[in-house]
Ligand binder design. Structure first.
Ligand code: FMN
Length: 283
């Protein structure tokens, strides 16, 4: 079973929620997400991931202690684990975002939570294997009518509804020529869906250079951001995987074919913080 709505609609609908009410998640919805998880294709770099539901208490009650203390009332978390390897963070972002979009399609609320959960109660509950890490988790449930104060503050501090304009993110041939929307042709929507994606502290680190039928994805590291990585978890590489997910699902929905390849283009770099990640080869 896939999504019931067009993926573009689901991407626009998704918002991070940090306050949950007492409604229980219906068994059918849990089953639908579980089934969906088994249908996920192997990601580009071929790393294996697993996602598990962890019930932490009745929904609508209290906060969970620990790093995720700012999540109010969630009775259930989806915990994701991946075996460490090259491209593991991008693969994780790509896979987990598909699950998040499935939950969104079922009218459930979520919030990417990406600090290190490699230790602690959630890791214990899913029995983390040696060589595995938990890059992120998400609460799952029904959103409360009103956002909690902590949620409102969290959203304001990262300007959660804001996204950078096109000219900041997408380029034509080199780093000096912004890609105009009308020049993006059929790929306008896949690019727009990248732009609307979630990212850690809303840094929006994705930069894409278009050269003929190649879309080269780069990561623009936010200054000082390495502090928010640790234990093998690199939040901004997860963001890149989310971007790949939005781009590919939208392209496929529009009937645009292509494949991911690794083919670093020869573009003079303007910043050493800009790391090449992957290329979409449109066919
Ligand atoms: C990889 C990743 C990690 C995140 N980690 C956290 C987190 O630890 N705590 C939190 O409150 N929000 C976290 N977020 C949510 C972002 O702050 C949020 O996606 C962004 O501000 C945009 O808001 P929106 O999701 O409502 O569109 C994370 C998002 C991503 C993609």
């Amino acid at each position: 079973m896939g999504y019931t709505r067009p993926v573009r609609e689901i991407i626009k609908r998704r918002r991070s929620w940090r306050s949950y009410d007492a409604r229980k998640i219906e068994d059918e919805k849990r089953k639908a997400i579980e089934n969906f998880m088994t249908t996920l294709d192997k990601p580009f770099r071929g790393n294996r991931a697993r996602f598990e539901f962890v019930d932490v208490g009745p929904p609508g009650k209290g906060r969970m202690k620990g790093t995720y203390g700012m999540i109010k009332g969630a009775g259930t978390f989806i915990v994701g684990a991946i075996s460490k390897g090259p491209g593991d963070m991008e693969d994780f972002g790509y896979l987990f975002e598909q699950v998040i979009l499935m939950a969104t399609d079922l009218d459930l609320a979520t919030c990417w939570m990406g600090l290190t959960f490699a230790r602690g109660p959630l890791a214990e509950k899913i029995g983390l294997a040696p060589g595995e890490t938990i890059p992120a988790v998400s609460p799952l449930g029904y959103p409360s009518d009103r956002r909690s104060l902590v949620d409102t503050i969290a959203r304001a501090s990262v300007r959660a509804t804001r996204r950078k304009p096109w000219e900041y993110l997408f380029f034509n041939n080199d780093w000096f020529t912004p890609l105009r929307m009308d020049a993006a042709g059929q790929y306008q929507e896949p690019l727009e869906m990248v732009r609307l994606g979630p990212s850690a502290t809303n840094k929006q680190p994705w930069r894409i250079v278009v050269q003929d039928n190649m879309f080269h994805f780069f990561l623009q590291r936010a200054a000082g951001y390495s502090k928010l990585t640790g234990g093998g978890v690199d939040l901004q590489r997860i963001d890149m995987g989310i971007a790949m997910c939005h781009f590919e699902l939208t392209a496929r929905e529009l009937g645009l074919s292509g494949v991911w390849i690794e083919k670093k283009p020869d573009i003079p770099t303007v910043s050493k913080e800009r790391e090449y990640v992957v290329t979409w080869h449109a066919s």
